[in-house]
Structures are given as structure tokens and as C-alpha cells.
Design a protein around this ligand. Structure first.
Ligand code: SF4
Length: 353
């Protein structure tokens, strides 16, 4: 990692939540880097997303469910991320707890950070020296960025426009992987990326194959996702029956997927990590919400993006992340959000760009 500002307070950001949360933490990291060096603690899955981020002084991986599980792993990490010894006249080291767990607060305490900033109402809030209001009415990137300003009037209107945007830094390897996937042929059709996956089964819109078939005559289609999405990606590519539908789920890393999204005219995705990759690359997005809603604060940030969901369905939202199964058994929030609505949104976004 490149060195950020070498002077100023030593700062630690703990973010061991989901991939999308890590992307949405990059504006906070960028803000803090203006003041002094920033160390960041993330999960093994999220760490590659922060490669080459020039705002990060040191990146620490916390494998809390694997190699670092239990008290021994916790103590080992606390030693590795230990705050520098206080020096006379030097500003105190500050930890920013970007998730709301008691464990991250305890980690900062054990690592010797006397200043600990986190969200009001968090499980670990008694361990914080400063609490920042968790604004339900704001985008999560803005909520996280707001941690950098614990003294700010909590009732002040905050606008994402005042915050830096999420940023990722794909490099040569990611560009080469995307080049290899897309090939060198000179296809004049605009590229559309589809991200059919989600950790949560009820958040996976079931009509991506039909969408790919409908779009394929006019667009190049690239499917992105992780290992868990490979069989679905293969079905989508087969069902579309078209030349030029490429499947990147086996060959693209997270950052390479971000690079592909950057090159795409548009991304169609569920309410999952790829929409945050698109926010970081500025790619317009059609996001499909089923059991969750954009008002939770995790919608797309790129200009011209559209969020879709069945607003009239009384059972929405039913879960903060998306339940593994529909508790009512009918899964209407996704089944009844048909192909036509999404295809129309695709055209709307492309017309607006
Ligand atoms: S209860 Fe409603 S919102 Fe939740 S999964 Fe079922 S249909 Fe979707």
C-alpha cells in the first residue's frame, strides 16, 4: 500500500462486514487520509477490493471465522494493530468502528485506542468514546463518512454530494482479465453487465435469463458474479441462445468485475455487492429490490441509476438483508417483478445517459 499522509493522528478503521460495506467505507477512509495515516481491518473476502487504494497506509486481514477465530485470534490481531505509544504533543490515535458489533469496539479497546468512534445504538456503543447518530434516512456511504465528523450537529442535513464517492482501484491484472474475457473483436454493440447473484436467495431476481435473451440482439452481455453464481451464469448464457454473451463468473476477481462494470454502459443487479462496485465506477445501474428496499440506504449512487421494487406489496420489506426463504411462501416481491419492468428501466437509463 502507498503511504498516506505520514503526519497527523494514527487512525484505524474496522470494517469486517460484507463486501458492499467495504466499498461504501472508502469515502470515510479517503476523508481520514487527509488528516493522517489510516490502517484498515477487513475480512479476507473484502481485502482484495482495497488493493492499490492510495488512502490506506496498512491493511490488516481479520479472518474471524477461520484462522483468527476465538480469543487467541482476537488477541493476536489486537497486538498487530496496536495503537502507537502516545507521545507528548502528538494527537491521540483514533479508531472508527464502521460496523455496529461489540467485537469491533472491543478490538479497538484491546489494541489501545483511547478514542473510539462508532454509531449510536450499536451493540458495542458502551465501548465508544464518541457516538455518532445513525441516520436511517441517509445512504450508508454517507452514514459511514459521517463517522469522520463526530462533533458535527447530528440534526444537520447531510448530503452525499458533500462526501467523496466510493472508489476502487483496478490494476493491470484486472484490466488484462477483462480484455481476455471480452476478446479483441470490434463489436460495436454497447456492453451491459448482469449480476444475477446474491448471498441471500430471496434477493435473486429469477428472470435474468429472459432478460439476457431480450437484450442480446442489441447489446453485448457480460455476466459477473462469484463461484456460487457459476451454474446460474451458465444457464443464463445457454438460455439467451446468443453469440456474444460472456460469462465472467469463473475468470474475474472482484476488482476485475469492477473493471468490467466500469467499461459497461449499464449494470443490472440485485440489491447486492455489484451495485456498490458500480457506484465506485460511476456506472449507471438498474437495481432490483425484492424483500429489501432502497430506503435502507444501500441503493446505487451512479447518476441515472434506477431502483425497482414492488412498492404496493404490503409485506415489503420483510428483512434487513433478505431472508433465506420467503416467510409467506409466495415470494411475490420477486416473482411478480416481471421482465417488462426491468427491460423498460434498462431503456430508460440508456436513454438518459
Ligand atoms: S414476505 Fe414479501 S417481501 Fe418477504 S420474501 Fe416474501 S414476498 Fe418478499
Amino acid at each position: 500500500m502507498a503511504l498516506a499522509a505520514a503526519t497527523g493522528p494514527h487512525q484505524l478503521v474496522v470494517q469486517t462486514s460484507f463486501l458492499g460495506d467495504t466499498v461504501l467505507t472508502t469515502p470515510l477512509i479517503a476523508e481520514l487520509a487527509k488528516r493522517g495515516p489510516v490502517s484498515v481491518v477487513v475480512t479476507p473476502a473484502s481485502a482484495p477490493l482495497l488493493a492499490r487504494n492510495p488512502d490506506i497506509h496498512q491493511l490488516f486481514v481479520y479472518d474471524k471465522r477461520g484462522a483468527d477465530a476465538g480469543l487467541l485470534g482476537f488477541r493476536r490481531l489486537a497486538l498487530r494493530i496496536r495503537a502507537p505509544e502516545p507521545r507528548e504533543g502528538a494527537p491521540p490515535a483514533i479508531a472508527y468502528l464502521a460496523q455496529r458489533s461489540a467485537r469491533s469496539g472491543a478490538l479497538a479497546l484491546a489494541a489501545g485506542y483511547t478514542q473510539r468512534v462508532g454509531f449510536e445504538g450499536s451493540a458495542g456503543q458502551t465501548l465508544y468514546s464518541k457516538r455518532v447518530r445513525y441516520r436511517e434516512d441517509r445512504h450508508h456511504a454517507e452514514r459511514l463518512w459521517r463517522l469522520a465528523f463526530p462533533e458535527m450537529d447530528t440534526s444537520a442535513p447531510l448530503l452525499m454530494a458533500g462526501a467523496p464517492s466510493p472508489k476502487l482501484f483496478p490494476g493491470d491484472a484486472e484490466r488484462a482479465a477483462v480484455n481476455a474475457l471480452l476478446g479483441e473483436e470490434n463489436d460495436p454493440r454497447p456492453l451491459i453487465a448482469l449480476a444475477p447473484g446474491s448471498v441471500w436467495a430471496t434477493k435473486r431476481w429469477p428472470y435474468y435469463a429472459q432478460l439476457a435473451r431480450a437484450l442480446a440482439p442489441r447489446f453485448r452481455i457480460a455476466i459477473i458474479g462469484g463461484a456460487a453464481d457459476r451454474s446460474e451464469a451458465a444457464s443464463i448464457a445457454n438460455f439467451s441462445g446468443a453469440q456474444g454473451v460472456v460469462d465472467g463468473t469463473a475468470s474475474l476477481s472482484l476488482l476485475a468485475s469492477a473493471e468490467l462494470i466500469r467499461r459497461a454502459q449499464l449494470l443490472v443487479t440485485n440489491d447486492s455487492a455489484p451495485q456498490h462496485l458500480a457506484s465506485a465506477t460511476g456506472t449507471p445501474t438498474v437495481t432490483i429490490f425484492g424483500p429489501t428496499v432502497e430506503e435502507f440506504g444501500f441503493g446505487p449512487l451512479a447518476p441515472h441509476s434506477i431502483s425497482l421494487g414492488l412498492d404496493a406489496l404490503a409485506c415489503r420489506p420483510c428483512h434487513h438483508h433478505g431472508p433465506p426463504h420467503c416467510p409467506l411462501g409466495h415470494w411475490r416481491c420477486m416473482r411478480e417483478l416481471g421482465l417488462d419492468a426491468v427491460a423498460l428501466a434498462v431503456d430508460e437509463v440508456l436513454d438518459a445517459c
